[in-house]
Design a binder for this molecule. Structure first.
Ligand code: AMP
Length: 333
């Protein structure tokens, strides 16, 4: 199969799975001068056909996706992985999809494993919520996370020891117990640039989650099922700490995986009323929360380029610079 070093950099195509941040990514790629492709893994082709900035639409099933790889590589495609791609395919299949990824491929398997994921954050020296190895030693309030939980579904809370014991007694799948941090959620978006040799703090969002943000009137247990995102700017005095955490994260990726952090990532944090920042999760690629800045640009992007950019535009810019320098292998994996 054609390798990235053999790509015709004048004829690059940017592809992603049609969902999540596909509109943001492909709109920006087209505007920057690349060909674009959307890969539909569900029956959403009629929706994506409505947008003129998508040049090619492929339909595939999760099981037939691999067959597309040689064709995409032949067309000089850089593929942008995102959360829905990983969710549809499962981490193993997603990580082994053979088209060059814009991003750090190896992070998919780390993220799929709650324990490895938290370990990487700790290795980065980023404060995380306390974790307990058994219900007996836990100090509620706690949040219990089932191993394969996604988008907040499969999380539940316990406010007392009795409640925790009752809720875990018959659980016959792996889970972790974390201290429940009382505060507000801040999802900080970053961009690790190999071309400019820096980590950029890019923007932030907060989530809109069903039974914690909804009109629940005490009728439902808290649940964290994400339905959307809202833009957020944080106090400037908190930014230096977030900047450090982003840099520490990128260094820890390189130290532990032996391969650099490439492109967008997100640190998902709670800030307490004492201004403690606790990171309970990361995403090693573009997060859907970046969609809040689609077309308008994020507030912090102007600090680097003196013009607003959304994350799709930032990625396209990095690709363009790498293509011009003929070093696509530095920003793909
Ligand atoms: P996630 O799907 O991991 O992004 O988490 C879903 C939601 O659970 C987040 O939006 C947080 O509000 C909440 N959450 C996860 N872990 C913790 C924690 N240790 N303390 C407080 N809230 C948490």
């Amino acid at each position: 199969m054609k390798q990235v070093r053999d790509y015709d950099v004048e004829k690059l195509m940017v592809a992603t799975v049609a969902s999540h941040t596909a509109l943001q990514l492909l709109r920006a790629a087209k505007k920057t001068g690349f060909r674009t492709a959307a890969i539909c893994l569900t029956d959403n082709k009629p929706f994506y056909e409505k947008f003129g900035f998508i040049d090619e639409i492929y339909t595939a099933a999760v099981d037939t996706l691999d067959k597309l790889a040689p064709k995409l590589a032949e067309r000089n495609t850089v593929f942008i992985p995102h959360g829905s791609f990983v969710e549809y395919c499962g981490p193993k299949k997603a990580q082994s999809f053979k088209v060059p990824f814009f991003g750090t491929r190896q992070l998919i398997e780390v993220e799929a494993d709650q324990r490895r994921k938290m370990m990487l954050l700790r290795e980065a020296g980023i404060p995380t919520p306390e974790e307990y190895s058994s219900p007996e030693e836990a100090e509620p309030p706690v949040i219990i996370k089932l191993a394969g939980a996604k988008g907040g579904a499969g999380y539940f809370l316990a406010f007392t020891k009795q409640e925790l014991e009752a809720k875990t007694r018959n659980l016959n799948q792996p889970y972790i117990i974390q201290r429940y941090i009382i505060g507000v959620g801040v999802y900080m978006h970053y961009f690790a640039s190999q071309m400019f040799r820096r980590v950029e703090v890019f923007g932030a969002d907060t989530r809109y989650e069903t039974n914690v943000d909804g009109r629940v009137f005490g009728l439902a247990e808290p649940s964290f099922v994400v339905v959307g995102n809202r833009p957020l700017v944080i106090r400037e005095s908190l930014l230096p700490r977030y900047m450090r955490f982003g840099e520490q994260f990128a260094s820890a990726v390189e130290d532990t995986l032996g391969t650099p952090m490439i492109g967008p990532f997100c640190l998902e944090t709670i800030i307490t009323d004492k201004f403690e920042i606790k990171c309970f999760e990361f995403s090693g690629r573009i997060v859907a929360g970046t969609n809040v800045y689609m077309g308008t640009g994020s507030p912090y992007s102007v600090l680097y380029f003196d013009k607003p950019m959304d994350m799709g535009e930032r990625i396209a810019h990095e690709l363009k610079v790498a293509a011009e320098k003929n070093c696509l292998e530095k920003i793909t994996s």
